[in-house]
Design a protein. Structure first.
Length: 85
């Protein structure tokens, strides 16, 4: 599984790619897809750094980030969680 730095590197790589395609007309679907993967990698980087956990399923990441799960050491503020969701 990817480590904290590997997730951050992938997020940065995706952001650089987004810069390249951001001005292409009729490419909004790919822009949104790239933004999604930036968020996924940043969420996984956070989880890896805080708990050294590595999930394969989005459902597990969502549960780990959920601010309503009191025992989660990787939960994030509700505002960020709702944006991620």
């Amino acid at each position: 599984m990817a480590s904290y730095p590997e997730h951050l590197n992938q997020s940065n790589k995706n952001l650089l790619f987004l810069e390249k395609i951001n001005n292409i007309k009729n490419c909004w679907d790919w822009q949104v897809t790239v933004c999604f993967y930036v968020a996924v990698n940043l969420a996984n980087a956070h989880i890896a750094k805080k708990s050294n956990l590595h999930f394969r399923k989005h459902k597990d990441v969502n549960t780990s980030l959920n601010p309503n799960i009191q025992i989660s050491i990787t939960k994030i503020p509700e505002e960020y969680y709702l944006s991620y969701m």
